[in-house]
Structures are given as C-alpha cells and as structure tokens.
Design a protein around this ligand. Structure first.
Ligand code: BDR
Ligand code: CA
Length: 315
C-alpha cells in the first residue's frame, strides 16, 4: 500500500505523542515530516518530545521546530494535563537531532514538491506553523488534499468556558486557515470526548503487546489526570482522533458546516462557532457558507481497536 503523503504539526503533549505513534504505525499514511510548535509546554520541550517519540518508533522522519509563540497574544502552557515535561513526567530516550530549518519553511518545501491535492496536513497544536505556510505562499493550498485540525468545540471549552486549548492558543492563526480556501476538517472537543480513556480501555491497550512504543504510550496515558469535566471517570484522548480521520475515515461521521473563531479580546477569545444547524443562513446578515467538514461522531470501540493494533505494530 502507498500511504497518503502526510505532515504532522504538533506540540507534544501526552495525546500528541500517541497521535504521532498512531500515524507512524499506520501504512495508510506516509509521514514525511513532523513539525513542532510551543503549546502544551514550551517549544524546547515539545521539540525534544517529538524527537523522542519519532526516535522510539525507529523511523527516519525529520522533525523541525517552528513557532514558540502565537502570532498575537501571549503564550500559555497546559502543564496541568501534560505535566512539566509535556509527556506526563515519563522519560523517553533522547531522540535524533532536530532537522535544520524552520517548520513553516519545511512544510512549504514539501508542498512545493507535492502534486496537486496530494498532501494531508494534520494539525494537533496551535495553528501558528500551518497558518504561516499559507500566509506566505497561498498558492500552495492547491497541493493540499485535506487539512485535519484537532481544534475548537461546538459546546463548552476546556481552557476557558468557551474555548478549546489549541484554538485559544492562536485564534488568529486558526482564523487564517479557515479563510484560506483549504479543505479543512475539524475534530473538536465534542468528538474527542467520545474517545474516552477508562482504566479498562487502558488495560486492554497494555495487553496488546510488549513493544517499547506501546509500553511508553500506556505509561503516558497512565500519567494523565482523570478529567473533572467527566466526573473523574477517565479522560478524553484528543489528538489521535484527528489521525484516525486520515487513517480510517469510516470511524467518524462528518458533515459540512460553517466555522468561525473569535479573535477579539475578552472571555470569548478562541471560541469556535460551528453552525451545525444552518442558522447563519437565516440570522447572519453576511451569510456563512460551509467551509469545513466537521467530525461529529466516533466509533469509539473501533478507534481504540485501531490504536491498539497500530501501537502494537511499532517496535
Ligand atoms: C488539545 O489541547 C492540547 O492540550 C492537546 O494536546 C490537544 O491537542 C485539546 O484541547
Ligand atoms: Ca496537541
């Protein structure tokens, strides 16, 4: 099988680490480049974590650092969920050195060499690196088959009452991507809540094998605090859902909606507005045609089976 030419932009991140391993273990994807932004923790750590995750998988995929802060506004970390080192306090062996250059340049180079509609971009962190690609060379949009972003929510946020962490981290970058005429698919908090890690699911994952990536992934999951939003029964596994949409799209039900993100100052900053019921047609003077494919439901058992199978296939 020839996999889809894929770039993963991330900020590892406990769930980013699992998403990277899911992608690297999936023959449906040909992961050619991993780019990194500061997000869950600062860039120095997210870059070291991405290098370590790729190194543990034993694959020669270049890892390139990028933005250490949003386009505007201030950088805020999320160490409550991901711990001070970004991967739940778990220590991984040092990975290979970062490839030279800057993330947005590396993505542009790869897109220039890709055919029309060939590249899949998967964004798992603040959208800064990806937004810079198309801000500086908008014509490269025609190389993109799909850009899948784990970002936003149609319901409550997780970092403020209204906003999800990645969207809140760089709303202007997300707004730029939504306006760039790209084939964007969104995997939001409402979808990832369906990928709920319970002690039973974690035990089943661990029982899949003895490999070092599977073991590290389970150790990282075991270190994630259970979520107050879900009565401490477990926690949602966000970023691997975005990879699952590329690997096995039939696990997710999607439909086209209009999406916007709030960029003003104030409590709504970073909030996404996802028009699941075509309301703006009737109420918004400016109208808002559908501009994204929104993933609404997940086959959770199928998702965890896929995750287990692919993690177990890695060394
Ligand atoms: C998103 O924010 C980060 O903390 C996670 O890695 C995920 O990408 C969930 O809101
Ligand atoms: Ca992330």
């Amino acid at each position: 099988m020839t996999g889809r030419l894929t770039v993963i932009d991330c900020d590892p991140g406990t769930d980013d680490a699992l998403a990277l391993w899911l992608a690297l273990g999936s023959p449906e994807l040909d992961v050619r480049l991993v780019t990194v932004a500061g997000g869950n923790v600062g860039l120095e750590l997210t870059l070291a974590n991405a290098r370590a995750v790729v190194g543990l998988a034993g694959l020669p995929v270049p890892v390139v650092g990028g933005a250490d802060r949003p386009l505007l506004g201030r950088y805020v970390s999320e160490t409550r969920v991901h711990a001070a080192n970004g991967i739940g306090g778990i220590t991984l062996p040092e990975g290979p050195p970062a490839a030279p250059g800057v993330a947005s340049d590396a993505i542009r180079d790869l897109l220039r060499r890709a055919g029309p509609g060939e590249a899949t971009l998967i964004g798992l962190g603040p959208a800064t690196n990806l937004a810079l690609v198309f801000a500086t060379e908008p014509a490269l949009a025609d190389r993109v088959r799909e850009i899948i972003l784990m970002t936003g929510a149609w319901g409550e946020g997780n970092i403020t009452p209204g906003a999800e962490f990645n969207a809140a981290s760089d709303p202007e970058a997300l707004a730029m991507l939504l306006a760039a005429g790209l084939p964007v698919s969104l995997v939001t908090l409402d979808l990832t809540a369906q990928a709920f890690v319970t002690p039973e699911r974690l035990a089943a994952l661990r029982a899949r094998g003895e490999g070092r990536c599977l073991g590290a992934a389970c150790d990282i999951l075991a270190a994630v605090p259970t979520s107050r939003r879900f009565g401490f029964a477990g926690f949602p596994l966000h970023d691997p859902c975005a990879v699952a949409l590329a690997v096995r799209p039939e696990l997710l039900a999607v439909r086209e909606v209009a999406a916007r993100v709030e960029c003003g100052e104030g409590p709504g900053r970073g909030r996404t507005h996802l028009d699941r019921w075509d309301r703006w047609d009737r109420w918004d003077r400016w109208g808002a045609p559908a501009n994204v494919r929104l993933a609404e439901t997940l086959d959770a058992d199928g998702f965890f089976a896929l995750l287990g199978e692919r993690l177990a296939a890695l060394p």
